[in-house]
Ligand binder design. Structure first.
Ligand code: C2E
Ligand code: CA
Ligand code: CA
Ligand code: CA
Length: 276
């Protein structure tokens, strides 16, 4: 943005309009993607260094359209949150994830799914999720909902009420990206959560930065003291794993164990890690 301000204004205008039409094209493609069900869930393992096994997977959405499949889902998720398509996309994700959870039931792993604030605030969302859950005949405790702190700010009471209903129906709640944004200790006290996920940003620096290490230790101790589980996100190296483990965090998710993969590959991973 800084560079373009030094360009002749006609160049700036052209690039702006190109950006706009590219977004519009993407929006059209996204609407078609809903009709054509162009979404798949990739699974990323969550590994316990104490149990020495994969205890669960996070389901991460992928847009299979070759035009967009290389991009991070964050981009189209954000777009879908703005134009409310996330409600339909999220519904597809729920069906696919619960179907996968049913298929993985024999392996005794839990499955997490990300829930957007826009979905959570949608009227009828709780009942819809519960009815899909029942439709796939899943066991209580098999599904975790990953939520972020961002939407707690405006709608704390409403969200707490919804989370309590989820909890009563046997869902686990994971607080995602913890430590970024407006983390508040009040959330930890008042929210019916089971697990804190320490954001990758802290794990990235844990080898070189004593402060990041201290924060990981602090969050892990805090979690233990108030009976929450903790997962370190984005662990890529054996050294990070050792540091995080010493800091008191037993469960890791990251490229060290593996990237998000299709269901068939995830089952092979379980067989490698859990069945030998
Ligand atoms: P997130 O929920 O924080 O998911 C973790 C992201 O970190 C994933 O990116 C994962 O692939 C990436 N990651 C995990 N371990 C490592 C690592 O060791 N190194 C690196 N470099 N990256 C790692 P992904 O799949 O691109 O998803 C990005 C974000 O998109 C997610 O962040 C989540 O906010 C959103 N998202 C993904 N799937 C869904 C979905 O089904 N629904 C909603 N609402 N949001 C989703
Ligand atoms: Ca997540
Ligand atoms: Ca996260
Ligand atoms: Ca994130």
């Amino acid at each position: 943005a800084k560079e373009s301000s030094t360009k002749p204004s006609f160049l700036y205008d052209v690039s702006l309009s190109l950006v706009a039409s590219r977004e519009q094209r993407m929006e059209l493609d996204l609407a078609n993607a809903i009709t054509n069900q162009e979404f798949q869930m990739a699974l990323q393992a969550q590994y316990s260094n104490v149990e020495e096994r994969i205890i669960g997977f996070e389901a991460l959405i992928r847009w299979t359209n070759p035009k967009y499949s290389a991009e991070s889902p964050l981009k189209f998720i954000q777009m879908a949150e703005h134009n409310n398509m996330i409600v339909d996309i999220g519904r597809i994700a729920l069906h696919e994830t619960f179907l996968i959870a049913k298929e993985l039931e024999p392996y005794n792993v839990h499955i997490s799914i990300n829930v957007s604030p826009v979905q959570m605030l949608q009227a009828g969302f709780v009942n819809e999720v519960i009815s899909i859950f029942e439709q796939y005949d899943l066991k209580p405790g098999s599904i975790s909902l990953e939520i972020t702190e961002t939407f707690l700010i405006d709608s704390f009471e409403l969200v707490i009420n919804k989370l309590n209903i989820f909890k009563r129906h046997g869902f686990n709640i994971h607080l995602d990206d913890f430590g970024t944004g407006y983390s508040s200790l009040q959330y930890l006290r008042d929210l019916p959560i089971n697990t804190i996920k320490i954001d990758k940003a802290f794990i990235d620096d844990v080898e070189t930065d004593a402060h990041s290490r201290a924060i990981v230790t602090m969050i892990s101790n805090l979690a233990k003291n108030i009976d929450l589980d903790v997962i370190a996100e984005g662990v890529e190296t054996e050294r990070q794993n050792n540091i995080v483990f010493k800091a008191g965090c037993n469960v890791i998710q990251g490229y060290l164990i593996g990237p998000p993969v299709p269901k068939e590959v995830a089952i092979k991973l379980i067989e490698d890690y859990n069945i030998n």
